[in-house]
Design a protein around this ligand. Structure first.
Ligand SMILES: [Zn+2]
Ligand SMILES: [Zn+2]
Length: 577
């Protein structure tokens, strides 16, 4: 009895050991080095380096920005990986979106590394590799899988996102414990029934996490991102009430949503036709992987045979939700589609939201649809799309469960990273434990301290144009910009190599400058300028190629600018005969 009395005031044992105490006792120093995905949304790629071993998380691409003329895609700069090839132990993939897997074929040309990815992501990666005649050591993993790459002990954790099989990772190694969320949201009723494993996140928080890297895309959105179940309700409403042809444009990779469109169609006695190469590819892959197991082949009809099917019995699932010029929906809108002629009263559903930068082309397509008196359903008017990224309240939950010692906001433009840093600070994370870092910077963690090493390696954009990787830089882009703005003038001059006098009349050619037939006067006057310049230089004895090129360029530039206020690229070509 006496004992109980004494114990009454004993402080209860804390049932959680604080993350900061447990996480960093006497561990090897390590670095986290993002090569892409910081201060941008695109080309995600992050390295963890410890004891001469490197683990890569994701390897994505970015789409070219407005002024990157002629550039196909942008990938991370792999210089650091190239220089440390022998240290690289593995590449782990969070999910199959292009900004996470699109750079893999380029990486694998530099370094042979085992790739770990979920079934759908791996299927998409394999497809890319086959297109590029590449192969790799591949390991298919699932939520809950635990595996090793070198000394990295890795665990894949179930998350929710706008593509099936999205994973977060817990990575334990001699330096400590890093958790990377990948792209995620918290969906309590996802279409595949697999809810994000919050319990595991909480356990990892108890074990102690040194560094958390977390998706920042929707940090500016208040509250919670709605569940995919919301889309399901809207789709039900559309199918219940519409007895005309339904055409749905969505992201090919959102397999579960597409499966729901298919199931709803079957329920409403509709056959399904699919249009667009990426949609056909992903559906074939989904079928192979068993995502569409309960859908009979007879539910589908070839797009070229839809003529025989009544409008009320047909759903078309198509690419083109981003207004891509060659996509199936855009071709339908512009009457260029081989099998689908749009007609009055068709219903086109955009089950998507515009990716920033695409708004204009999408609205052009929408206007074309209106011209055809097609009924257009957008996410802004009906809940036919929800985001795949966590809003601020969901982010707060993840921070609270994981309670990392250090925090790096990831996957976001600069404003997103800064706001995510502020959110974490408001939750009690000390400012000097939050690190907003750029591509190519490194966060070094050593004896319980973390510091940023600015510009540790190159975090530049590497531009891909056709077969050329990185050969187009700022100089070439500047030329392409000038050419696109005012065109080109070439001036061909043949001179006597002995006397420096003109052998024939100089020739002027233009491209993209003016319509020649309507500007004969201007071109004649320009030719006179060339005569004058050559005469002037000859009288000074300056008939060498360099002096003459410089003089013609400069005089012509002034003349053209004064007459037209334009700055075309001017290329003199001088021949000595
Ligand atoms: Zn994603
Ligand atoms: Zn992403």
């Amino acid at each position: 009895m006496a004992d109980t009395k004494n114990k009454r005031y004993t402080k209860p044992k804390p049932y959680r050991v604080s993350a900061s105490k447990k996480a960093t006792a006497e561990k090897a120093p390590f670095r986290i080095i993002p090569l892409g995905g910081m201060k941008e949304i695109g080309k995600n790629c992050t390295l963890i380096e410890c004891n001469d071993e490197i683990l890569i998380i994701d390897c994505g691409l970015a789409f070219p920005e407005y002024e990157m003329f002629g550039i196909d895609i942008v990938i991370p700069d792999f210089t650091y990986i190239r220089e440390n090839k022998e240290k690289v132990k593995g590449l782990i993939i969070t999910h199959g979106h292009e900004d996470h897997i699109g750079g893999i074929p380029y990486l694998l040309q530099e370094v042979n590394v085992p790739v770990y990815a979920s079934p759908l992501a791996m299927g998409m990666i394999q497809h890319k590799l086959e297109e590029n005649f590449l192969s790799c050591e591949s390991h298919v993993i699932k939520a809950g899988s635990k595996f090793r790459a070198g000394s990295f002990r890795i665990e894949a954790i179930q998350t929710n996102h706008s593509i099936a099989d999205s994973l977060a990772y817990s990575i334990k190694f001699p330096g400590g414990h890093v958790v990377h969320t990948g792209d995620f949201k918290i969906d309590y009723s996802p279409l595949d029934g697999k809810v994000i494993d919050l319990n595991r996140f909480s356990q990892l928080g108890d074990e102690g996490v040194d560094v958390l890297l977390c998706d920042s895309t929707n940090v500016l959105r208040k509250g919670y991102t709605p569940s995919e179940a919301v889309v399901r309700e809207s789709i039900d409403e559309i199918f219940d009430n519409i007895d005309r042809r339904i055409i749905i444009a969505t992201f090919a990779s959102n397999v579960h949503r597409i499966k729901y469109f298919i199931e709803s169609s079957i329920k409403h006695q509709r056959r399904i036709a699919v249009s667009g190469r990426s949609m056909e590819n992903v559906l074939a892959l989904s079928r192979e992987l068993g995502y569409l197991d309960d859908i009979p082949e007879s539910a589908f009809v070839n797009i070229s045979e839809i003529k025989n099917i009544a409008d009320r019995n047909l759903t078309i699932i198509t690419t083109g939700s981003q207004g891509e010029p060659m996509s199936a929906l855009t071709r339908m809108a512009y009457d260029n589609h081989k099998s689908v002629k749009l007609k009055k009263n068709d219903v086109v559903v955009f089950s998507s939201s515009p990716i920033p930068g695409n708004e204009k082309v999408i609205s052009q397509v929408i206007n074309k649809l209106y011209e055809k008196k097609v009924e257009v359903v957008l996410a802004s008017t009906m809940d036919v799309h929800v985001s795949g990224h966590a809003s601020s309240e969901e982010l707060k939950l993840i921070h609270t469960l994981i309670r990392p010692k250090f925090f790096i906001p990831a996957h976001g433009e600069f404003r997103h990273l800064i706001e995510h840093a502020k959110l974490s600070n408001r939750l009690g994370q000390p400012k000097n434990h939050i690190f907003v870092i750029g591509n190519g910077d490194a966060l070094k963690i050593e004896s319980r301290k973390a510091e940023i090493i600015k510009e540790f390696t190159s975090g530049d954009d590497v531009m891909v144009d056709g077969y050329g990787i990185g050969d187009v830089g700022s100089v070439v882009l500047k030329d392409r910009k000038s050419l696109s703005q005012s065109g080109l003038i070439t001036i061909s001059v043949a001179l006597d190599s002995a006397t420096g006098s003109l052998m024939t009349e100089p020739k002027l050619n233009t491209k993209g400058f003016v319509y020649v037939d309507e500007h004969q006067d201007l071109l004649r006057d320009a030719l006179n300028i060339v005569y004058n310049t050559i005469g002037k230089n000859a009288s000074k004895g300056k008939t060498d190629e360099a002096s003459l090129t410089r003089a013609i360029k400069s005089d012509m530039k002034t003349f053209i600018y004064n007459r037209t206020k334009r700055n075309p690229v001017i290329i003199p070509v001088i021949l000595y005969v």
